[in-house]
Design a protein around this ligand. Sequence first.
Ligand code: NAP
Length: 407
Amino acid sequence: MSAESKITKDKNKNLVVPDYPVIPFIEGDGIGPDIWSATKLVIDNAVSKAFDNTKKISWLEVFIGEKGHEKTGEYISDAALETIKSHIVAIKGPLTTPVGKGFRSLNVTIRQKLDLFACIRPVKYIDPVPSPMKFPDKIDMVVFRENTEDLYAGIEWESGSDDALKLSDFLRNEMGANLPDMPGIGIKPISEKNTKRLVASAILYAIDNKLKSVTLMHKGNIMKFTEGAFAKWGYEVAEEKFQDLTISEKILFEKYDGKCPDGKIIIKDRIADMLFQQVLLRPEEYDVIATPNLNGDYISDALAAQVGGLGMAPGANIGETAVFEATHGTAPKYAGQDKVNPGSLILSGTMMLEYMGWNKASDLIKFALQETIKQGFVTYDLARQIQGATEVKCSVFAEKIVENINK
Ligand code: NAP
């Protein structure tokens, strides 16, 4: 057996994945331990089956969250973050935000400290998960949400505070702004550099996955210098870096009568409110959606609902390091009950395997997960929606998936 070793990058920044990679995991709080052990079982079995025991992940636990506090006295430590960074790829369960501990959220801290600038949320229907849509199988999109700026930068002042009064005086007196009395104030920074790296990664994803379009979702009709600039910089980076592989929708209609030339990805933009309608009415027209932080938060959860809810929605936060995570929270009322749906973390695991180039294992998991649901074995959340389904525990759901992997 070869020795286990870290994932590295070559001089072109491509991932080099050994057969026995060491991958850090954060179990997570609340339901984290339940969904993590289910996920680990499924991933390990899929890898072993897909590669005939020639590959195996060596898991390395990193203590962040309540377990971190118990073991080290810190909810999140520089050493834990350094371990994730030095291993390049990691996976995590949900984390409770400790109240009044000097940071907004452990998740936001991880994203900011590791500069995980893109939050990637694929949304695809898994038959027969109950969906409110008439044709849910038409939904197959990936949201690239900017993760580091916009109103999420956390620059805000409470109504009536000295700072809010000072700033509103300045805005009124020096900048001529028309403000109401005693406003609470939040700042919305959106930059060229961060927009361009996000949109470039969305275009690269579309190229790698042979998709047809990248849509820049924004509210630039109202917020011209932030959301409007996002769309402008998005088109610019497509032109600067991917000129041979992309075509703007404007040129498509001006020069090609709306018919996309072979090998080109269409770059288009849509006003946010309109896009919410379009993903309901004509979802098949959208593949990759690139958008600032707040829009991205809304559209990813709305799309997840269209395919049956957050329990099955996977996600990843990616920069130089990649952290794959369940998109729901710690659901504390179900902690330790072996009850909840591990689907979100398992599917985040499939994104991780694809990121590593281990698609064969990922495909096996996606197939086996769908088979398990088709056979009617589901956790409580789906059992209450699928007539005649058999409700099983979180661990049993994972075992059923493993049976289908090994069939
Ligand atoms: P939540 O933990 O996502 O739970 C809300 C509800 O969603 C649950 O009560 C349950 O609905 C359903 N749900 C969540 N996960 C599920 C699963 N795996 N299977 C089936 N159903 C599931 O949201 P919250 O209660 O607002 O947040 C709790 C804590 O999680 C907070 O401390 C929050 O800060 C944290 N959080 C962490 C993350 C993260 O780490 N990425 C994300 C969001 C929230 P029913 O009650 O209807 O069964």
